[in-house]
Design a protein around this ligand. Structure first.
Ligand SMILES: Nc1ncnc2c1ncn2[C@@H]1O[C@H](COP(=O)(O)OP(=O)(O)OP(=O)(O)O)[C@@H](O)[C@H]1O
Length: 871
């Protein structure tokens, strides 16, 4: 009894010890050191082995000495480069064990070392099985083939193992039996390595198989061939079944065309098949800097298993789950991280593309007009104004990838969903797992389980796309354990951005596959940005403005910035004379006062109408055609024609505007959104509260491009994107971009306030236009009508008159915007109330941009005036 207890505690201790040792081994440093030792030892063995071929003969007499240790101690007479121990090792592994194939041990050692060092991601189990099979097979084959030479040479090609095993097999099943066994093992190994082996064997058995190959294929009862069989059958039906009547030639022709179409189909399937054959070459390619456009074959993962797709039909929901074991059976591909191609030359250094000839011909109307000549020495902002970050390149953590893969398979299995393959694309913050469901699993089933699956994976930010449009696979987006920032500098220095031909290139960030994501605002043409507070909206808007500033000359682009929060966009003040537009009487270009917003938006409508008139008289359909004509001097400036810069309106906190100014803001915005595209006026509106009373149906209909950062609820997501999803984002710039049917998940580029300040200062200190771009004056007809206090009808006082008067007396500030905000009414109505208050002597006359003076001192005073009004 006692002994039993002791045994149990001993075994528990041993298990605990093993656990501890395993944890220590798993630590990154330990595994790196062990890996390094493996590689070094492998190199040492290689040296010993190679040297053995040259020096083995001389050393053998010492090594096979009855008491070799005596001789080895001095080591003097050993000639092997790896010394006495090396000679001993080589003698043992080559001659006493496996012969030439002992080199496989070195290969496995180095592979293991590389894996432990995390230099390469090999699949150790496969490599072990592969190396062991090759080593034993060759050892037996060489032992069998060269067994007779052993007496004459100091090297045994198959080693003693090969010699003895081959002799034993021969004694059991005879020489032909041994040959057949070796052949069978070789073919089985080949099939496990690549399915193409089957084709080679078939061809070897039947060289003229080509045409009949189809039927051979069709006869293979593989589930994934079923649809192919159907196709083949369908095609076969189109061949008239009159073979007997056909001439030999006709038959041949039909066979050929049939074969051609089959080959075409095979070629389509080829990449898929290639994905299933990870070769060492591909692995190396994957490890070294991957090509920018990896083909499916190149993108084959480091650890993609050799085994073909395993078809599991049993529902695993009731089975004991062994995820670690079973999950590995699924082909798992991890796409290599795409490295964005950088432009060779920093194009921004050469900031002005004004050519010398242009300067010479300045004013020469026989030469094309160059709008950039207005500010001919303007320098585009340089990339060094932007922050660079260390270690921001996404890398692939295979441990995390495998853990996630296993988790997904386990969760899906717990819902009775089997999959046949899984592929991962690692992005800066999110990894997309693309899953192919097994035969017979309906995608709708997965779609219905979306919430449960997301819940079971229990990580923030999981989004399920069932199916991925156009692919027939299911996508599960899982946040990475170590998200990476996407610096604005990495986007702006990319080849894609620098070589873009977009009219208004807006670089938003990187997609899940690490591609730079850009849109052309000129085509968008208006954008709606939503996101709860602190999720990256302002950074996103800054990224939009920054990318435009890096591409556009001040003569080509103007911003109208509306910032009710008053602080977010103040950083752009220095670029007022270069890039900003404002009303003629406005003191600041960045509009923070709600009253000015309505005027500005209406003024933009006037600008739009004016531009349409210009386009009409020039016979152009859009701004691009018009500007091209103007540049080619086909339009006479004396007839009012001029080069038209794009105008981008940016409105932060649109919700606030709608709450205070309501329809008065919505109407001009909708007019602009409906019509302004052709004349180069584009709007970007952002809101924290994407509710239906703020983003009304009319606004939604006219803003086809939507950017959703994380929002508070599914309702908000539906308002902005017409579907759920944005509530599941992880924040910090994680966003969905929708234009058309399906949203794209993008990690927004990060541009910090100091970076924007540096860019603004860089532009601001250069020569600019004398003033900001002047928008046309807007005369509010309604306001005009009710503008003069002489016309004010005091018999029909506004219902809010008395309350408004009380408000102004309380604040001692005669401000129309105060009335607007407090009572959530439009500018016109607030203006009318103010006029009535003026006529009643409660406030003084308008005082320029300053608030009016409040003439009424307190409540008593007001009561007296009110009673006199009623009289
Ligand atoms: N693209 C990004 N990459 C990394 N971090 C980001 C990104 N965008 C935002 N963040 C982080 O989130 C913080 C808040 O972002 P931001 O100020 O843009 O939020 P917001 O949605 O504009 O909030 P609010 O509506 O309150 O102004 C930033 O200070 C930054 O730390």
């Amino acid at each position: 009894m006692q002994t039993k207890k002791n045994d149990t505690s001993k075994s528990e201790k041993a298990v605990a010890m093993a656990g501890k040792t395993w944890t220590a081994l798993k630590s990154e440093t330990t595994s790196f050191i062990i890996g390094l030792l493996c590689v070094i030892f492998g190199v040492y063995m290689l040296l010993a082995f190679i040297s053995f071929f040259f020096t083995g003969g001389n050393d053998q007499s010492i090594l096979t000495h009855p008491n070799p240790s005596e001789l080895l101690e001095t080591g003097n007479r050993i000639q092997n480069y790896a010394g006495a121990r090396g000679a001993q090792l080589a003698q043992f592994l080559i001659n006493d064990c496996f012969g030439f194939s002992a080199f496989c041990i070195i290969i496995f050692l180095v592979v293991t070392g590389m894996k432990l060092m995390k230099a390469y991601q090999f699949r150790i189990r496969n490599w072990f099985l592969g190396c062991a099979t090759v080593m034993i097979w060759f050892s037996v084959t060489l032992g069998f083939a060269f067994g007779g030479l052993m007496e004459d040479s100091y090297i045994y090609p198959g080693g003693l193992h090969g010699y003895n095993v081959s002799r034993w097999i021969c004694s059991q099943i005879g020489t032909p039996g041994l040959i057949l066994v070796l052949l069978a093992v070789a073919i089985l190994f080949g099939v496990a390595l690549t399915q193409q082996t089957m084709g080679v064997v078939r061809k070897a058995l039947h060289p003229s198989l080509k045409a009949e190959g189809v039927s051979a294929q069709a006869e293979t009862p593989k589930a994934d061939n079923v649809s192919r069989q159907e196709e083949v059958a369908a095609e076969t039906i189109t061949v008239p079944l009159t073979d007997a009547e056909q001439t030999e030639e006709e038959k041949k022709e039909k066979k050929e065309s049939f074969w051609k179409s089959w080959t075409r189909r095979k070629q389509k399937e080829e990449p898929k098949m290639k994905e299933e054959e990870p070769t060492e070459e591909k692995e190396t390619e994957t490890e070294s800097a991957p090509a920018p456009e990896p083909t499916p074959a190149q993108a084959t993962p480091k650890e993609a298993p050799v085994a073909p797709v395993k078809e599991e039909t049993s529902k695993a929901i009731d089975l004991p789950i062994e995820p670690e074991e079973k999950a590995e059976d699924h082909p798992f591909e991890v796409e290599p991280v795409r490295k964005e191609e950088k432009a060779e030359e920093p194009a921004f250094e050469v900031s002005n593309d004004t050519k010398e000839e242009d300067q010479e011909y300045k004013g020469d109307i026989t030469q094309p007009y160059n709008p950039r000549l207005d500010l001919e020495f303007y320098h585009f902002p340089t990339l060094d104004l932007l922050n660079t970050y260390q270690n921001n390149e996404p890398d692939i953590d295979m441990e995390e990838q495998n853990a996630n893969k296993n988790r997904i398979i386990k969760v899906l299995r717990s819902f009775g969903i089997e999959i046949s393959s899984i592929k991962a694309s690692v992005g800066p913050t999110i990894t997309l797992y693309e899953i192919t469901p097994a035969e017979g699993v309906r995608i709708s089933k997965i779609r219905n389980l979306e919430d449960d699956i997301a819940l079971s994976l229990s990580a923030l930010g999981i989004r399920i796309i069932a199916p991925i449009p156009g692919k027939g696979t299911i996508g599960i987006e899982v946040p990475n354990a170590n998200p990476h920032i996407v610096p604005m500098s990495s986007i702006l220095s990319s080849k894609k951005f620098q070589e873009t031909t977009y009219d208004l290139p807006v670089a938003l960030g990187k997609t899940i596959t690490n591609e730079v994501f850009m849109v052309d605002l000129a085509k968008a043409p208006h954008m709606l940005v939503a996101g709860a507070t602190g999720q990256g909206k302002s950074v996103g808007l800054n990224a939009i403005v920054t990318s435009l500033l890096y591409k556009k000359h001040p003569s080509e682009l103007k911003f109208v910035i509306i910032d009710p929060k008053k602080v977010e966009f103040a950083i752009y003040a220095p670029i007022e004379r270069h890039f900003l537009a404002k009303l003629p009487d406005a003191s600041d270009a960045i509009i923070t006062d709600v009253t000015k917003v309505v005027q500005t938006l209406n003024s933009l409508c006037v600008e739009m109408d004016n531009r349409y008139k210009l386009l009409q008289s020039a016979g152009c359909r859009n701004i691009k055609e018009y500007n091209a004509k103007f540049i080619n001097r086909q339009l006479n400036p004396e007839n009012g024609h001029h080069f038209l810069p794009y105008i981008v309106i940016i409105i932060d906190e649109f919700g606030d505007l709608i709450m205070t100014a309501g329809k008065e803001v919505e109407l001009p915005i909708c007019r602009i959104a409906q019509l302004a595209r052709a004349v180069g006026i584009h709007a970007i509106i952002a809101t924290q509260r994407p509710t239906t009373n703020i983003i009304t149906g009319t606004i939604k209909a006219n803003f086809p491009a939507r950017v959703a950062f994380r929002v508070a609820s599914m309702m908000d997501s539906r308002t902005i994107l017409d579907r759920p999803g944005a509530q599941q984002l992880i924040g910090k710039g994680d966003m969905l971009y929708l234009q058309g049917n399906d949203p794209v998940r993008v990690q927004c580029a990060f541009v910090d306030t100091p970076e924007v300040e540096r860019i603004a200062a860089f532009i601001g200190k250069q020569q600019g236009y004398p003033t900001a771009f002047m928008l046309p004056e807007y005369v509010d007809e309604n306001a005009e009508a009710s503008g003069s206090s002489a016309d004010v009808d005091m018999n029909r006082l506004d219902p809010l008159f008395e309350e408004a008067a009380r408000l102004l007396i309380y604040h001692q500030q005669g401000s129309t915007s105060l009335i607007q905000r407090k009572f959530s009414i439009g500018y016109n109505r607030a203006g009318r109330i103010m006029d009535q208050l003026e006529k009643a002597g409660i406030v003084g006359p308008a005082n320029g941009s300053k608030a009016r003076e409040v003439l009424c001192l307190d409540e008593n005073d007001l009561q007296m005036r009110m009673s006199s009004l009623k009289d």
